[in-house]
Design a protein. Structure first.
Length: 501
């Protein structure tokens, strides 16, 4: 099966985007190569999964109908060019989704060319769009400043501000717009510092925290925020929410700041963009995960908080962003495993059933079957779990390795050790041949296979092995998947052997 970054990009295209990309490639302004367009028409027949064994470089070369022997260099160059156009198309999509950015570039040209009338029309249209905006986000704040900034300096150069009153009036507007630029800076600073703090809390590093504290001593974000809110009131809900976020992570040991952060988001939720809702809610999730990971006594049950967060996020669709309406696979998986961890089996069944259409169409079938398999495995319903795993047929399914991993564990848990041994060979081959797996993932799964082999031999003839030494080695081993399951497997059989002695 052919694998390439181009296909990873094309997989994300909706049917509408796929049609638009075809029109994009038809435009002589963007490309004048009919071969590129023809190559796209050949490949798009395999949408949305692009996982057919028929999709090979030889197949593409043949369909392009060169009438020449296969040339790998030629087809590789065409695929590379098509990827470049796909990336350019994505940039154009982003540009089209932000018309005010286009107005900025147009104004720059009008200023350079001294075109006063189109410049003034541009300013009027920009101000109308800003006035119509439902909420203030980073995009809004920057454009609010840029419109007034461009207007002020163009009018100065054009000689339109001829008296003191006019200059004072425009200067006042420019000063007010600068507070939106301050808000833009505040939000970006908070996002960056929060990311540093979150990483520091997760990995228990002190240098990163010291950097944030030094930064906040130099730049008092709260003073900046209080100053800006006198003028940029439309941005207040967004900036207030982000300020509470930073305070929660700065005062991580004090649960009251978490409570205030949560209250603040819910209070301002109707005044936030999809992307801000998503970002702020995901940081709420990160906070709860860190608390659960640290497992320290607290007046708040963060396991329950996390579950309530997932439940609310799904109901209110806060997982959506301005550009992506789908539930991401990683977030879906987090919800699944947390629900199983706290044994909310009935809720998980409903979640799996209701979330099918919230996933991207090309992955929903396999992800649903994978989820059903995991749920049944956790409930010791091994036959149902295996039946669901057999329905996963897409070779490009992102969790296919984990599905194979689960099948192997089921064979061992049900004492089908010969079948497990035969699966190991296929598992090894899959891990070594999968080009999309990182070296770390290959290492983690390679270690898992090694210990599974030892576990099978131990269960087959346990008295011939020093299992205590194996368990001690496993306990100290880092970067290995399903470590607890392996330890539990050795411990259970060791206990069983001791009872029979």
């Amino acid at each position: 099966m052919f694998k390439h970054q181009l296909l990873e990009i094309l997989k994300t295209f909706s049917d509408h985007e796929k049609k638009k990309f075809g029109k994009f490639l038809c435009s002589p302004y963007f490309t004048n190569s009919p071969k590129i367009l023809k190559l796209f028409h050949i490949i798009k027949k395999f949408h949305p999964t692009y996982d057919s064994p028929r999709l090979t470089k030889h197949y593409m070369h043949k369909k392009l109908d060169y009438g020449l022997p296969y040339n790998d260099s030629t087809i590789r160059n065409l695929i590379y060019d098509l990827q470049e156009y796909a990336e350019q198309f994505l940039r154009q999509q982003k540009f089209d989704s932000r018309p005010l950015d286009g107005y900025i570039y147009s104004r720059d040209e009008y200023i350079n060319r001294g075109l006063a009338v189109p410049f003034e029309i541009n300013i009027i249209n920009s101000e109308i769009k800003l006035d119509e905006a439902e909420y203030a986000d980073l995009y809004f704040c920057y454009n609010k400043f840029k419109v007034q900034y461009d207007k002020f300096f163009f009018n100065m150069m054009d000689g339109k501000m001829k008296n003191k009153e006019a200059i004072e009036a425009e200067s006042e507007k420019l000063a007010e717009s600068m507070t939106y630029l301050i808000n833009f800076f505040i939000i970006e600073a908070i996002k960056s510092n929060q990311a540093i703090l979150s990483s520091a809390k997760k990995h228990n590093t002190k240098n990163q925290i010291a950097f944030v504290m030094d930064f906040l001593r130099v730049i008092d974000l709260e003073k900046l925020y209080n100053f800006a809110q006198k003028y940029a009131k439309k941005a207040s809900p967004m900036v207030e929410s982000y300020s509470c976020l930073l305070k929660a992570f700065l005062n991580f040991e004090n649960d009251n700041y978490y409570t205030e952060y949560k209250k603040c988001i819910l209070k301002n939720i109707s005044k936030l963009s999809y992307s801000d809702k998503n970002y702020l809610f995901m940081r709420l999730r990160d906070y709860c995960l860190l608390k659960v990971q640290r497992n320290k006594p607290s007046k708040i049950n963060y396991e329950k908080e996390l579950f309530d967060f997932y439940d609310l996020t799904l109901k209110m669709e806060y997982y959506k962003t301005d550009n992506n309406p789908y539930l991401s696979l990683d977030f879906y998986k987090d919800i699944l495993f947390h629900g199983l961890k706290i044994k909310k089996y009935a809720w998980i069944e409903v979640f799996i059933a209701n979330s099918k259409n919230k996933l991207r169409p090309e992955v929903k079938k396999d992800m649903t079957n994978y989820s059903v398999a995991i749920m049944n495995y956790e409930r010791c319903r091994y036959d149902e779990a295996l039946a669901a795993l057999k329905k996963i047929t897409n070779e490009a399914f992102i969790y296919r390795l984990e599905a194979k991993n689960l099948e192997l564990r089921i064979m061992i848990d049900t004492n089908h050790l010969e079948k497990a041994m035969s699966l190991i060979d296929a598992y090894k081959l899959f891990v070594s041949n999968d080009e999309l797996l990182t070296d770390l993932m290959k290492s983690k799964n390679g270690k898992f296979i090694s210990y599974v082999s030892k576990l099978i031999r131990f269960r087959s003839n346990g008295q011939n092995q020093d299992v205590n030494a194996i368990m001690k080695e496993l306990q100290s081993s880092a970067d290995i998947v399903h470590k607890e399951w392996l330890l539990d497997g050795f411990a259970k059989h060791l206990k069983k052997l001791k009872r029979t002695v």
